[in-house]
Design a binder for this molecule. Structure first.
Ligand code: NAI
Length: 339
């Protein structure tokens, strides 16, 4: 079978991970072009990844590069138009989450995907491809915990990276749209139905800069789902010990906990401080394998015509729920989520 010739747009924090994986680690994929508006990133692609076809303009890349697929890892506000342009140019598309930053944009991307049923589209909800989350989903579907009725999700970034979060707070869309989107997708996936109502609040105790930027340092949201199940999300930016992602699904016959201790590995350090398990440090470290598995899935789907497990509709739904959560946080009132 021929390789999937792939162009990556956006070579920032995550773009480099995806580009590196495509270049060196994904069988069936070939990195044939890259695009970024940052010249240093293009230089990195030339020197570190050995890519000759580098572009500062995305439309130029689509028009001239030798590529079957586009992997979009740009700033979130750019995703939707870039998805549409790539599909209309006949390329398969993998886009990072979130699908878009407002409902109208998401609908535009949805329409483009529907216009091109011959092409593969996949959204980067990589937690679904993490071994532990995939295992939990399999167990739930097999009835191992009976009927799931509550999902509790925690996602707290390491305080070591808080300066970057403060810098981006003004334009991030707020803590729920910026951080909770993965947890929102997982709740829908595990419960197998949609959220109908949300109540949310936030607080800032350590870094008043978040409040000054119209954001909060910590957010908590509670959801009702259409079958009566419930969800709880706790997101934050100031875990002093590392990167804390934890999920618990409670059912009528049991509970599944994923990363109840967000440990770096299975080693324990025994010394005068006691017995210590170091915490995983960052998202690229925690989800390194999931980033590989999801892109392998995209490449396999594009090459074989199989439909990927994450669709454009998962993107639209999660974004709509993220918006409703943001409204609930800002107004302090419960918000109904329209079907
Ligand atoms: P970043 O700010 O480090 O990098 C963004 C890149 O996009 C930069 O290289 C910039 O030059 C490029 N870019 C922006 N507009 C462009 C345009 N019009 N044409 C070409 N290049 C353009 O951002 P980061 O953290 O890498 O995030 C990128 C995307 O990935 C975001 O949408 C973010 O939400 C998502 N993300 C997903 C994660 C996950 O776990 N699935 C984790 C981190 C980010």
């Amino acid at each position: 079978m021929k390789n999937l010739k792939t162009g990556v747009v956006g070579l920032g924090r995550l773009g480099r991970v995806h580009a590196h994986n495509i270049r060196y680690q994904i069988p069936g994929a070939e990195l044939t072009a890259v695009c970024s508006i940052v010249p240093a990133e293009l230089e990195y692609a030339r020197s570190e990844l050995g890519v000759a076809a580098v572009y500062a303009d995305y439309k130029e890349m689509l028009a001239h590069a030798d590529m079957d697929a586009a992997v979009i890892v740009t700033t979130s506000s750019e995703h939707c138009w870039q998805i549409e342009a790539a599909l209309d140019a006949g390329k398969h598309v993998f886009s990072e989450k979130p699908l878009g930053v407002d409902a109208a944009q998401c609908k535009q991307a949805e329409a483009a995907v529907e216009r091109h049923p011959e092409l593969t589209f996949m959204l980067g909800f990589m937690r679904r491809y993490d071994k532990s989350y995939a295992y939990a989903k399999e167990k739930i579907d097999a009835g191992a915990i009976g009927t799931p009725y509550l999902v509790k999700a925690t996602g707290i970034d390491p305080e070591a990276l808080v300066d970057g979060a403060i810098r981006f707070a003004k334009n991030s869309g707020g803590i729920f749209l910026d951080m909770a989107i993965h947890d929102i997708d997982l709740m829908r996936w595990f419960l197998g139905c949609e959220a109908t109502e949300v109540y949310a609040m936030g607080a800032t105790f350590k870094h008043p800069e978040f409040r000054a930027a119209g954001d909060d340092e910590t957010g908590v949201a509670v959801y009702r789902f259409e079958n009566g199940a419930m969800g709880m999300i706790h997101v934050g930016r100031t875990a002093p010990y590392g990167y804390h992602v934890e999920t618990e699904i409670v059912g009528t016959e049991g509970t599944i906990r994923i990363s109840a201790v967000p440990e770096k590995n299975q080693a324990r350090l025994y010394n005068q401080n006691g017995v210590c398990a170091e915490c995983v440090g960052s998202f690229p470290e925690r989800f390194a394998e999931a980033y590989l598995t999801e892109l392998q899935e995209f490449v396999d789907c594009a090459l074989t015509g199989r439909a990927p497990g994450v669709s454009v509709y998962d993107g639209t739904k999660s974004t709509a729920i993220g918006y409703a959560t943001t409204e609930a946080w800002k107004t302090g009132a419960p918000v109904k989520i329209l079907p």
